[in-house]
Design a protein around this ligand. Sequence first.
Ligand SMILES: Nc1ncnc2c1ncn2[C@@H]1O[C@H](COP(=O)(O)OP(=O)(O)O)[C@@H](O)[C@H]1O
Ligand SMILES: [Mg+2]
Length: 588
Amino acid sequence: MARPSGKKPTAAEKAQAREVSLRRIGSLFTTHRWSLGIVVLIIVLSSIIAMASPFLLRAVIDDALPHADVRLLVWLVIGMVAVAAVTAALGVVQTWISTAVGQKVMHRLRVDVFTHLQRQSIGFFTRTRTGEVQSRITNDIGGMESVVTSTATSIASNLTTAVATVVAMAALSWQLTLVSVVVLPPAILLSRRVAQMRREITAQRQRELADLNVTIEEGLSISGVQLAKTMGTAPALIERFTGSSTRLIDLELRSELAGRWRMASMSIVFAAIPAVIYLAAGLPFTRGTMSIGTLVAFTALQSGLFRPLMGLLNVGVQLTSSLALFARIFEYLDLTVDIQEPDQPVKIDAKGHLRFEDVTFAYPGSEAAAVAGVSLDVPAGTSLALVGETGSGKSTLAALIARLYDPTAGRITIDGVDLRDLSLADLTSIVGVVSQETYLLHTTVRENLRYARPDATDEQIEAAARAAQIHDRIAALPDGYDTQVGSRGHRFSGGEKQRIAIARTLLRDPRILVLDEATSALDNETERAVQRAFDELARGRTTVTIAHRLSTIRDADQIVVVDHGRVLEAGTHEALVGAGGRYAALAA
Ligand SMILES: Nc1ncnc2c1ncn2[C@@H]1O[C@H](COP(=O)(O)OP(=O)(O)O)[C@@H](O)[C@H]1O
Ligand SMILES: [Mg+2]
């Protein structure tokens, strides 16, 4: 369940998120362990090579220069340059591998989230804001980039550099080494504090980013803009957007600055250490125990310790704050799939005999049943019409046939097989739905039609459009079937979109056809054209029609009046008129 945004997570929740996430984050990398192994190897190798530098330096100062040994000096200098060249080359290879690994991990997460959300039921999308999903897939996974690409290398390189440096330092003088590492414990404590701060800021920032995305989606999509323009809410939208954006400035600033003071204090301490070392070297009891070369080499090493140590501490900070990102992604990946694919799907050559057996259904989170104890029997090839007031449960019945939801009790069968025993792919090829809301993709008319059946030939597409009474209209467009439909098909009228949707369903050739108020938005003229298209579509199929105009359903084999989710009466037009009940009153 999504935590309501704004509420602060409790300490227990945080601890849990942390524990789960670290192991899971690690598991994302298991398939890349060989690549990561190579990266670590390269890093260790280049750190060891780099460690030669201070020893070369000491040789220059203590041997080559004082003895004017030009030969030795040249070799030492060549050695210094070679060390730099080799480590740089290794660095390139290592960046290449680790970036590839990081990108593959992000790719996997993006694809997994997309796939998993596709399998979510309509219920999920009813509760989730559109921009929220986008934001998690792009902003949250995008925000992981630095962590997934550089954490492993950062740990490996900084750790090996730090260890090698300390070893080299100890080889030069263990006493001075001790002086240098006393700063470690306070540095670690400071970093932990900063990491926690960053993590909270990151969680807030990602929520704010998602809000921003939702505002964009609601304010700048075609329907949103229409609403805003007609309702005059543009200023309010701008204000909301400005508010989100302003809060983001603050969060970004806090995120950047959290820990600047840590960096500042650490660098002061590190700068002070060489001074302390010179002091230590000059004190009476240590004086004369080390050469000037040793001292210079040691301070060179010691100043080189600052970067890897800070690097290591920063990895901790980054990793901790990225837990907020991973938690948001894992939350999506952990959503249960309500509409489950059966383990052993039953294969049928569907004739289209549809039955509702005492079906009850309540929407998730809703107490009242939208459909209660409904039994229907629609023999293959016959037609059923559902009538009833708005909110009586007709669309819910339609949604249940397409298995957008599963019944709370009872079952729905096709040719005697429970919908839950059919593979989802088979079910979608058996049941076709045309509803009042048609969704067209932003592409050509042809591609919109082919979406229903990717292997359809141009001839089949055209035949479907003809049957749906829309071919002439499409042919008259500037580019015919290759005309762009525009965002959500806004260049077409409701009736035209409707007929394109019918053509699309015709291409799928479903045995059972569900028409949910598909003509209610249309004027009489268009309705007649669409109705002809429907009649064409319905021929030889089992049809369930929900119509707001009774004239269109007179000829149905069965008419069922739905009231408060129950079947009130059922029969043919003549029988129901004769019975003088609700239908008779409606039809009068
Ligand atoms: N996604 C939903 N979540 C919760 N309740 C819903 C949802 N869709 C519809 N309902 C409720 O279920 C009842 C039946 O709705 P519906 O099947 O759409 O009626 P009809 O199509 O007959 O107008 C209504 O009370 C409606 O408010
Ligand atoms: Mg409805």
